[in-house]
Design a binder for this molecule. Structure first.
Ligand SMILES: [Zn+2]
Length: 366
């Protein structure tokens, strides 16, 4: 069950302690799973900890302070909480290397995938954005929804794995939202430095306007290949962004529908590896675009059904774990999320969107 934690306007250390205390059991489960999944791609515990420390050195102080609070609240080692927060930076160069060296094009069944969308209404105004957030089935029920109040009165709501500070999905009361999906390019073999991805999106979520988001984003992009759909409700803006090793590509969009999955779609000097080994990425992207284009009357129920779609099952938009795989290799949709801008409500499914309950979180968009 997704846990909701209200962090109010606590300072980073107190917020971390409250979050860590409330989500202790899920944090332990996530730590245990993270060591197992990194071991599976050849990274031992000693290397994990050494690299987590290096990434911590590149992380903003307030983010590290909240991590410290999380360690106190959950009674875990601070190094283990670093690992949860910097896991993707540690894993991506190895995953890219493994995939680039792979001679065949066999499918990587355990690769977590995500499918993103943004939709405007018939008058061209932003209606909704969201995604299916996929991950290892082993961390099902380890998601948390946090709500924070900033010093200047904005509300920030985000969804992330327990123990992680920065959002996987984030919405703020200034009308900004972010959703993103991992990419893997050949260039990801080369480790890059910079603000870790979760801390990068944590910073974006606190920006006061869409213009400020764009400036902040381009000033110091993350050292991780990722695709994102960003919404500015007040400015009625949509940007589809791909952050790659060779640079950031931004496509501002007036289209009614935007979708994105796990393959790069914009010109790039390096090869995208996901579509070779995760071909369902192409299908999920096209399928969601088709579903959203197929009706001129789209409401939240319609979007919930689109995120519950099972074409190409089990590698469908709603991803189901494959029983034949070892538990640590099974991927699954962990939740579906839809930010309905018309009503100012973030809808989140408590597990896979096809059969779990949906919960609603009010976001007072100003
Ligand atoms: Zn399903």
């Amino acid at each position: 069950m997704i846990q909701f934690i209200d962090l109010g306007c606590l300072d980073p250390l107190s917020a971390g302690i409250k979050y860590g205390t409330a989500a202790k059991a899920s944090i332990y489960k996530n730590i245990e799973t993270t060591y197992l999944r990194l071991k599976k791609i050849g990274i031992d515990e000693e290397t994990c900890l050494a690299e987590a420390r290096q990434w911590a050195d590149q992380c903003p102080a307030d983010y590290l302070t909240e991590i410290e609070g999380l360690a106190i609240g959950s009674a875990a080692r601070v190094e283990d909480i670093w690992l949860l927060n910097f896991r993707i930076e540690i894993a991506q160069p190895r995953q890219a290397d493994l995939l680039a060296r792979k001679k065949d094009t066999s499918i990587i069944t355990e690769a977590p995938a995500c499918t993103l969308f943004s939709i405007r209404n018939e008058d061209g105004y932003l209606q909704a954005t969201g995604q299916n957030l996929d991950g290892l089935a082993a961390v099902e029920n380890c998601l948390v929804v946090t709500r924070r109040l900033t010093e200047t009165g904005e509300t920030l709501v985000s969804i992330q794995e327990a123990g992680v500070v920065g959002p996987s999905i984030g919405v703020s009361s200034v009308g900004f939202s972010l959703v993103y999906a991992g990419l893997i390019m050949e260039s990801c073999k080369n480790r890059r430095d910079g603000t870790p991805l979760r801390a990068f999106f944590h910073r974006l979520l606190t920006q006061k306007s869409f213009g400020a988001v764009m400036s902040s984003m381009l000033e110091s992009p993350p050292p991780y290949a990722v695709a994102s759909i960003l919404n500015g409700r007040v400015e009625n803006r949509v940007a589809v962004v791909e952050f790659l090793g060779e640079g950031v590509t931004v496509r501002h969009s007036n289209a009614r529908i935007e979708t994105h999955a796990n393959h790069a779609t914009m010109p790039s000097a390096t090869r995208s590896l996901f579509e070779r080994h995760l071909p369902d990425s192409l299908q999920r992207d096209k399928r969601l675009a088709l579903l959203l284009a197929d009706s001129d009357k789209i409401d939240t129920e319609y979007l919930k059904n689109a995120l519950s779609d099972h074409e190409n099952f089990p590698a469908s938009i709603c991803l189901h774990p494959r029983d034949k795989l070892a538990p640590i290799r099974r991927a699954s949709t962990l939740c579906g999320a839809i930010m309905d801008w018309r009503e100012g409500i973030l809808h989140v499914s408590d597990g896979r969107p096809c059969h779990e309950q949906w919960r609603a979180f009010k976001i007072p968009v100003t």
